[in-house]
Write a protein that binds this ligand. Structure first.
Ligand SMILES: Nc1ncnc2c1ncn2[C@@H]1O[C@H](COP(=O)(O)OP(=O)(O)OP(=O)(O)O)[C@@H](O)[C@H]1O
Length: 890
């Protein structure tokens, strides 16, 4: 549709008295929802007015016109037919808008004066139920965040609700933990207390995810209010059963979610049956940068590929959503990891059985979202048929699990409950191919209700009778083209084309003249019309009642069907992991209690799949033992494959801890509790921070959070500044990682600073490796093999040449390099390094800030701890670092 010119608009507030009654009603309702676009039902249309109309017209590409509003001025207007709501609503929500749907609350024919209207639903990006807004394979979370601070208690709480599935989660901790959850759950909307505006903006918004936000009155974010809301909803005396009884911030955040549901007219929430705590101790610590950098869930670039895309071979949307959560939250304890792996191994071994299971699981589809629609009474007949089909597929799945004679699978089979009673009811009562809307066809089977069957007989015999009348009149009048039809204005009528007009009997009553025909009614037709219309009205209302009755019968099974959905999605996720393991030739990792990492012939699971046909991924071994090989300094030319090696190591570890087989010939994984990755000079200009500053603050956060079981990947840390600064910082970081008193985090440090190879001479757990290349006739061949020892050259000029750099630049660069080399720059550098001051911080005292530190160091410690990195400019940071270096070096 084309857009007409916009006009000056007014949302009418001045001359209220002169408004039309309709606009007066509109303004009253709009005043209650100033933050939302109000879709105002007028007859068969949803209309928007004023500023709303201007926005809606733009987003929906619909015509913007004007409407007279009495003497109160004209007002902009844009609308669409009510039956197109499903097309237009998703566009508004996807544009991040809140949309209040205002319906007519009474039959306009029965209304005295202006039709009563009210908002029946407020759709916000986080509260969506429609399939055309939701993504199948992703949860759609609403998050609530609360920064709690008083003299006795300080914590950040968060709650996450997926209204479309009923999943409700809560967590509490420091913001660094909540930030991780926000990254991994990726909510589409976050609500927060108005009292937290500053914290929200400086912390949450700064993180920069793509969500819409809404501030709520602060009295909602209070302990008593939230506690009561939650206990009332769950019908419990306390919150102990949910594990959040003493977590005030989490409780408050969760309570606000329930409040928000009510204010947005989501009163049906029977499917939210529990609140689960997301326990920090259970999952691997992955800060948001690491989650993004390892591309676990979302690729970094538009045409990239994430780990979940490679691993997801599930056949149901609910299975896909669960697997996504597994990938987002790798486990930390060996036992549950081993359980998942055992299941996957069984399904790999029994691949025929796995195939059979998957074929039934396909039929199950999205049981989780279907049953939620039942709970909120918004399921249409076609979806109810899908639910019936889902339930039909469950008994064979249970059978297969039991017949497998494998303990793990039988255990899942035991958890699955058959719902024969309700299934039978659906089979008996629901038509196989019902319409989308109950009142638009036959939904309820014959034999369910006697009165309904009788009325249907009357209706169809009446229709037969009309056919007989038609035949009779054709013979009586000789009008061969005579038709009997129906319209809403004058009911059943006889249509006669102009050619036969003269043959029309006198007693027929003419009702309408068309270009080519005329329409007549007769008393006999009227009489039958009465019978048919009455019967059809009754049929429609009986069917409506029976259908809703059926839905509420199914609603009694929400809890058990939700449980089934849970175990079936688990089964689907496990089958999917087995499938991907077989397809990609992955192997089962061995999860160990020790701290050793032993990957044989490991491959990067994503790059491996994306290589051009004919190219083979070169596998590599990575064997790390914190007692002897704790830190790898990995050098090698540009493009050699250093970053790929770092990432594949972390990905293989995480795949294992997700419960997946791994892209390696074999792997022994001593479970890790934290994975950190940092990439030098990652570009963060969008956030207004210098790249180097970001690099340093991210590195600082790693160094402050290390544990003995951490896996650290540092990719060219230090490259964001001048060479000497860079080398010095990189050098100091490696020393620090080697010298922590209570932790020996396994570290892969990729660098172009070959100078760092000297470190191994002084530190026994540092090893040098390089990703090898071969130089043949001035050209480099990438061998991609990890070999012991440092490399001398970067071959940067060769890579520049490969990249199509102008010949002049390549030749001049080679000339300059030759000059530097013949002047023995490198030699000199080496000597300088050998005579570098030895680090005495770690000697005798275990830690830079250990118990025997001198007062000067204590002072520096205090200064560092008081330093707010976020407030420092890059230059200030460098100056401070320099100052500290000088003071410490004295
Ligand atoms: N083991 C491998 N087998 C096959 N191809 C590989 C392998 N490792 C890396 N590659 C390919 O080489 C490309 C460059 O690898 P990578 O980015 O890891 O190099 P790098 O050494 O980190 O380079 P730079 O120092 O320039 O950042 C990758 O995108 C990938 O396509």
């Amino acid at each position: 549709m084309s857009k007409k010119a916009t006009s000056k608009t007014s949302t009418t507030d001045t001359k209220k008295t002169k408004q039309t009654p309709l606009m007066k009603q509109y303004n009253q309702i709009k005043a209650k929802h100033p933050d939302a676009i109000l879709l105002f039902r007028v007859g068969d249309f949803y209309e928007t007015f004023g500023e709303d109309a201007v926005r809606a017209a733009k987003i929906l590409d619909i015509t913007l016109t004007q409407r007279a509003n009495g003497a109160a001025s004209k007002i902009a207007l844009a609308g669409f037919p009510h039956h197109s709501l499903d097309n237009y609503l998703p566009k508004l929500v996807r544009a991040g808008l809140r949309v209040a749907i205002c319906d007519q609350l009474e039959d306009p024919k029965a209304a005295k004066g202006i039709v009563k209207r009210g908002v029946t639903e407020l759709v916000t990006p986080g509260l969506v139920l429609g399939d055309n807004v939701l993504e199948n394979k992703k949860n759609n979370y609403l998050a609530s965040v609360y920064f709690y601070k008083n003299k006795k208690y300080e914590a950040v709480g968060a709650a996450f609700l997926d209204l479309s599935t009923g999943e409700f989660l809560a967590a509490e901790g420091e913001y660094s933990y909540i930030e991780q959850l926000l990254e991994r759950f990726a909510p589409s909307e976050i609500i927060y207390s108005k009292s937290n505006k500053k914290e929200f903006e400086t912390q949450v918004v700064r993180q920069g995810s793509n969500f819409s936000q809404f501030a709520i009155e602060e009295w909602i974010y209070t302990t008593n209010f939230a506690y009561e809301k939650l206990t009332k909803h769950f019908g419990t005396a306390s919150l102990k059963g949910f594990g959040i009884e003493s977590l005030h911030a989490a409780t408050i955040a969760a309570g606000a979610v329930l409040y928000y549901l009510e204010t947005t007219e989501h009163h049906e929430k029977n499917h939210i049956i529990s609140l689960s705590r997301v326990e920090q101790d259970k999952y691997v610590w992955l800060d948001s940068f690491t989650t993004r950098n390892l591309e676990l869930l979302v690729p970094m670039h538009a045409n990239g590929c994430s780990l979940i895309e490679i691993l997801d071979k599930t056949v149901t949307p609910m299975g896909a959503r669960l697997l996504r959560k597994w990938v987002a939250f790798p486990l930390k304890d060996a036992k549950p990891i081993q359980n998942r792996l055992r299941n996957v191994a069984t399904l790999v071994k029994k691949d025929a059985l796995q195939g059979e299971l998957r074929s039934y699981l396909k039929e199950v589809g999205d049981l989780e979202r279907l049953i939620s629609k039942v709970a909120v009474a918004r399921i249409n007949p076609k979806e109810l048929v899908k639910l019936r089909d889902s339930l039909e597929a469950i008994p064979p799945i249970k059978d297969i699990l039991f017949k497998s004679k494998m303990n793990e699978l039988e255990a899942i089979g035991e958890k699955i409950v058959l719902n024969n009673e309700i299934l039978q009811k659906l089979q008996n009562e629901l038509e196989d191919n019902p319409p989308l809307n109950v009142q638009q066809g036959t939904t309820i089977k014959r034999g369910v209700n006697k009165e309904l069957d009788e009325l249907r007989d009357i209706s169809s015999s009446a229709k037969d009778f009309l056919e007989k009348v038609r035949q009779r009149e054709i013979i009586a009048t000789g009008i061969t083209s005579l038709k009997i039809s129906f319209n809403r204005v004058f009911g059943y009528y006889i249509e006669v084309s102009n050619a036969h007009k003269t043959k029309v009997p006198a007693e027929w009553i003419r009702k309408q003249t068309l270009v080519n025909a005329e329409r007549y009614i007769t008393p006999e037709l009227k009489e039958w019309e009465e019978k048919i219309v009455t019967a059809e009205d009754k049929i429609s209302s009986i069917e409506y009642a029976l259908y809703h009755n059926l839905v509420s019968e199914v609603a009694k099974y929400v809890r058990v069907i939700q449980q089934n959905a849970k175990y079936l999605s688990m089964l689907d996720a496990l089958c999917g992991l087995a499938e991907v393991a077989m397809q990609n030739n992955y192997s089962e990792p061995e999860i160990t209690d020790n701290n050793i990492l032993e990957i044989r012939e490991g491959k990067h699971p994503v790059i491996e799949k994306l290589l051009p046909i004919g190219e083979q991924y070169v596998p590599n071994d990575v064997i790390m033992n914190p007692e002897s090989e704790q830190i790898f300094i990995i050098t090698g030319p540009n493009m050699a494959g250093k970053s790929a090696l770092l990432r594949q190591t972390a990905l293989i570890v995480l795949m294992a801890q997700i419960g997946s087989f791994v892209s390696a010939k074999s792997a022994k994984i001593g479970v890790v509790d934290k994975v950190f990755t940092r990439v030098g000079a990652s570009d963060n200009i969008a956030k207004g921070e210098s790249t180097f500053m970001v690099e340093m603050s991210e590195t600082a956060s790693i160094l402050n959070n290390l544990s003995d079981r951490s896996l650290v990947l540092m990719d060219e840390i230090g490259r964001g500044t001048s060479t000497y600064d860079g080398i010095s910082i990189a050098w100091a970081i490696v020393e620090y990682l080697h010298s922590l008193p209570n932790a020996k985090p396994k570290t892969l440090f990729a660098t172009h600073y070959h100078e760092l190879n000297e470190l191994k001479n002084d530190f026994d757990r540092i090893k040098n490796y390089n990703v090898s290349v071969k130089e043949v006739g001035g050209k480099i061949i990438f061998l991609r093999k990890l070999k012991e020892g440092g490399s001398e050259h970067s071959f940067g000029i060769n890579v520049a040449s490969l990249a199509g750099m102008p010949k002049e630049v390549v030749l001049r660069a080679s000339e300059m390099m030759h000059h530097f080399e013949t002047n023995k720059f490198a030699e000199k550098d080496k000597k300088t390094l050998q005579s570098a001051p030895k680090n005495t911080f770690y000697e005798n005292q275990g830690s830079l800030f250990g118990s025997q530190t001198d007062p000067a160091l204590e002072k520096i410690k205090d200064e560092l701890l008081a330093l707010d990195i976020n407030r420092l400019s890059p230059v200030e940071a460098l100056l401070k670092l320099n100052e500290l270096k000088i003071r410490v070096g004295k």
